[in-house]
Design a protein around this ligand. Structure first.
Ligand code: GDP
Length: 297
């Protein structure tokens, strides 16, 4: 579907005469291809532009190494720079859940994969870290969402807070906290309400819940296929609520993962996990190397 950057660049350099160092012209020609590759990978235009400018500075005048072609050399410089920008947290998969019961707040738009990700992370905490986890849905306007979490909980063997009709989100969060303390849970995860768009009420509700429980982690779940929209959502949530990390879902899809680069450049927030499918095990710790490889194709 996409021509890989390495293929593009070897084409470019085949046409150029070999010299002792990468010339300005060589680098410029190559970087035009890099920019196209980034845009095809759904990196936003300003981010692609800045990124290319940074690479240009690093690449110009670099001695051409004998063992690799100039095209491969530029690809390596681009790859290393991608990894540098994408890396945000030395241990992205480690959640700060030391003080039991530790609250973890899950936020994001409806349909982003928030409920699924909540359950996936709960399963991971249970199986990998031996944690006792309690999950609670705060989506009072969508009974189906509350039931969905309950069903997932049964499926993965993780407890959910019993649903009480008519309770508001802050009351549910407080009940989850009490239940987690009394029940000896290590972690309680709060799956907040999602909307199709960010609005005042959504933000106010998430902020009220945040203030009620003081979460150790606030994880924003965004659809990795939505590109620039995902970045706008992250900026807004971080400004209003403050997030400690991002989970990019649907990274099993056709997209090239450019949203990850824009996300890091624009928000500066670490990407902590990637969702790779609908199954409960389809989640992985974010790896900069892997996404860089994918963006390059
Ligand atoms: P929410 O409204 O944000 O809570 O979204 P859900 O958790 O209900 O997910 C919406 C749909 O996306 C469901 O059908 C999920 O199975 C699916 N989904 C969630 N995460 C992923 C993912 O990483 N990859 C794929 N392919 N589907 C996902």
């Amino acid at each position: 579907m996409f021509e890989s950057l390495s293929d593009r660049l070897s084409g470019v350099f085949d046409r150029l005469t070999k010299q002792g160092a990468l010339s300005d012209e060589d680098v410029k020609t190559a970087l035009r291809e890099v920019r196209v590759a980034l845009l095809e990978a759904d990196v936003s235009l300003p981010v692609a532009r800045d990124f290319v400018a940074a690479v240009q500075e690093k690449a110009t005048g670099q001695a051409v190494t004998k063992s690799i072609t100039p095209g491969q050399q530029v690809v390596k410089i681009v790859h290393d720079e991608l990894v540098a920008v994408l890396t945000g947290d030395s241990d992205p998969g480690k959640l700060k859940i030391d003080s039991a019961p530790a609250p973890v707040l899950m936020v994001g738009l409806q349909g982003s994969g928030k409920t699924t990700t909540t359950a996936k992370l709960a399963k991971r905490l249970k199986e990998r870290d031996g944690k006792r986890v309690l999950m609670a849905s705060l989506d009072v306007n969508r009974p189906a969402a509350m039931e969905q979490l309950e069903i997932l909980g049964r499926q993965i063997g993780v407890d959910t807070l019993p649903i009480v009709k008519g309770e508001d989100p802050v009351a549910i969060a407080k009940r989850a906290k009490t239940q987690a303390s009394l029940g000896g849970y290590d972690v309680y995860m709060l799956d907040t309400a999602g909307r199709l768009h960010i609005d005042q009420e959504l933000i106010a509700q998430a902020a009220a819940v945040r203030d009620a429980v003081n979460p150790r982690e606030t994880l924003l779940v965004v659809d990795g296929l939505t590109g620039q929209d995902a970045v706008n959502v992250a900026t807004e949530f971080d400004d209003k609520i403050g997030v400690s990390g991002v989970v990019l879902t649907r990274m099993d899809g056709d997209g090239r993962g450019g949203a990850a680069l824009s996300m890091r450049k624009v928000t500066g927030k670490p990407i902590r996990f990637v969702g790779l499918g609908e199954k409960m095990d389809a989640i992985e710790t974010f790896e900069a190397e892997r996404i860089a490889g994918r963006i390059l194709g």
